[in-house]
Structures are given as structure tokens and as C-alpha cells.
Design a protein around this ligand. Sequence first.
Ligand code: NAP
Length: 353
Amino acid sequence: MDYNQLFIQRCFELANMAAGKVTPNPRVGAVITYQNKIIGEGFHQYTGGPHAEINAINSLTDKSLLSKSKLYISLEPCNSFGKTPPCVDSILAHKIPEVFISLIDPNPLTMGQSIAKLKTAGVKIKVNILQKKGIKTAAGFFSTYQKGRPYVILKFAQSLNKKIGVADKQFWISNAYTKRLTHKWRSETTAIIIGSGTLAIDNPKLNNRLYFGKSPVKLLLKRHGYVAPNTAALHSEGRTIIICEPEAQTISYPNTTQWRFPFDENLLQKILQNLKNEGLNSLIVEGGARLMNSFIEQNLWDEARVFTGNKMINAANSISAPTILGQLTDTFQIGDNRLEIYKNRTSDELKYG
Ligand SMILES: NC(=O)c1ccc[n+]([C@@H]2O[C@H](COP(=O)([O-])OP(=O)(O)OC[C@H]3O[C@@H](n4cnc5c(N)ncnc54)[C@H](OP(=O)(O)O)[C@@H]3O)[C@@H](O)[C@H]2O)c1
């Protein structure tokens, strides 16, 4: 790994400190170096707050060094007035002579324009550094621009004989480590959804309790609208949304709303559209099989994270795991669980180079 990659890698680490906190914006980190030593760092910490490169610039006590320094950023600086002024102007104002960028911004208001502006002003630019890694810090952001919907992750655990559970009781496949990893994923994702079968059998809390950072917005699919007051997800951290039919029963619990849609073939599209409208740009589907199979059948998924345990489930009422016909991108052994990560081959890939 050369210095440029090393400093961009540090930008990703900084970016990830804002997991779940900056939606609908991407996580972004920035590093300022002088003579190949880091002299300033920053990341976009909260929606509406200063962007990563501004925080990195402000972290320097001696700003006179900026005109001799290099700036590394995980995403192209913005070129427009949003909640903050354009970062590209700040870079020019501080006369930073060299800028290194991982990803080009997919927002049409920027999309290469900041890079062009910096080049025109004589700034040396290098882009597309470790962009395949970089996209992981901004997949939801890219997905809303390029696919018009949140980035969708399917996550499940299956037994050795590819069952996800039994129809009438909870069956644990994951271990303490994979459970914690799942909570990390929850912290990185803006919304989480389960079907009514999983709600009835597992009654999960759905929040992030085992990792630092935020919990996702919890979506419960419940056709008739009613969920019992002692439902665990209603009492865990974060907002809950019950997705039900238009004529479903109205319920009013604290921090809980209902989204009403016909339960037809457009249901998942409508849920994704509403998430996007609310600035929630990533969704993790945590079961069960019926709900995940619907996302698969409609080709509304981007990535699948599949744990395989070392136990068999042989009960007559066992439920088959979804079949993922994706491209296997990574495999990890975590205690007695094997984790396989697939990406969807048939959905358009995010373009980031
Ligand atoms: N191993 C794992 O990772 C894992 C994870 C989660 C759950 N589980 C297990 O999985 C089992 C539950 O799975 P499941 O497949 O029976 O249930 P599920 O997918 O959780 O829920 C199925 C129900 O959700 C509604 N639904 C799902 N997709 C829909 C769609 N596209 N449109 C409309 N409604 C939809 C329907 O409700 P209505 O019937 O009311 O219309 C359907 O009956 C439990 O045993 C649980 O323990 C395992």
C-alpha cells in the first residue's frame, strides 16, 4: 500500500465514525498531510454539520501549512450551497496544492465539477483511489442517485442443511461474535425490516445494543396494523414504523407510526420509495424467508450476508433458507459460523469510478 492509499484508507476509518449519523448524506472522512505525516483530520459528523474537509482544515492550528499540504478525501468535495457552503471553494481559498479523492460524487450538482474546478485553478488532483473499498462508506448515497432506492442488504443465518428456523419457535444459529457483527451492521444501516412471521416467532428488539453508534429505524410488516403493546421492538431504542394495509387498525404508541399501503406486488417498491423520501438510504432485511424471498423475486437487493452454522435443523416444520444466486465476494470463518457475502449479479452495479 503506498502513502496515498494509506491516507485514503484513514479517510474511510474516519468516515465510518459517523455510521448511521449522517443520512441521507454519505459518510466522508478527510486527512491533511505535510511531508507524509498526518497533521489534520476530520469527518462529516452529523447531517447539516460541517463536511469532512472543513473539519480537517479546522483541526489545524497552523493554517499556513495548508498551502504546502496534501488533502485526502473519501468523496469529491461538494460544489453547491446546501446546508453548508461549497467545500471546493474553501479548498481553493486555503490554497491547498494537491488533492487526492477516492470517489467521484454521484450527485449531479457536483459529479466531477469540483474536480474540474480544482484542476482549472491549478490544483494537482488524483481520483479513484481505493474506490472499491470507498463505496462501502457511501453505498446508500450512491444507490439513491443511481437506482432511485435505498441500498438493500439481505441478512440471514442458516443451518448446515440450509434452514433458517422452525415455524413455531426461535432457533439460534449465530454465535456471540456474529451476533455482535450483526449489531455493527445495524449501526451502519439506516433502516431494518422484518416480516410478521419473524415478529410473531422471534419478537426481536431490532436495535443496536452490542456496538457503538446508532440504531436503525425499525420497520415491522403487519398487514392488519395491530402489534401488541409488549412487542419488543416498540420498547427498544429508535423509531418504529408499522407497515400495514390502508384500512388497517390505527394504533398509537410512543415513537411509532404507521405507513399504509396496499399489500400487493408494489408493496416493497413503495416501502423503498418512502424510505428514500425520508432520507433513509440503506435497509437491512433480517427475515424471515418469505419476506427475503419477495425481495429476491423482485430483484430489489444489492448484497446478501449469509451465516452458515454447524448445526442441522431436521424438524418437520423447518423453513428453507432463501437461495442466493449472487456473486460470492468474501468468505470469513467466525467461530462456528461461516459468513459469505454475495453481491447481486443481475441488479445494476453502483458506478463509482
Ligand atoms: N435464521 C435467520 O436468520 C432468521 C431470521 C429471521 C427469522 N427467522 C425465522 O424465520 C421464521 C419466519 O419466517 P417466515 O418466512 O415464516 O416469515 P416472515 O418472512 O418473517 O413473515 C412472513 C409474513 O410477512 C408478510 N409478508 C412477507 N413478505 C411480504 C410481501 N412481499 N408482501 C406482503 N406481505 C409479506 C406476510 O404476512 P401476512 O401473512 O400477514 O400477509 C407473510 O406471511 C421464524 O421461524 C423465524 O425464527 C430466521
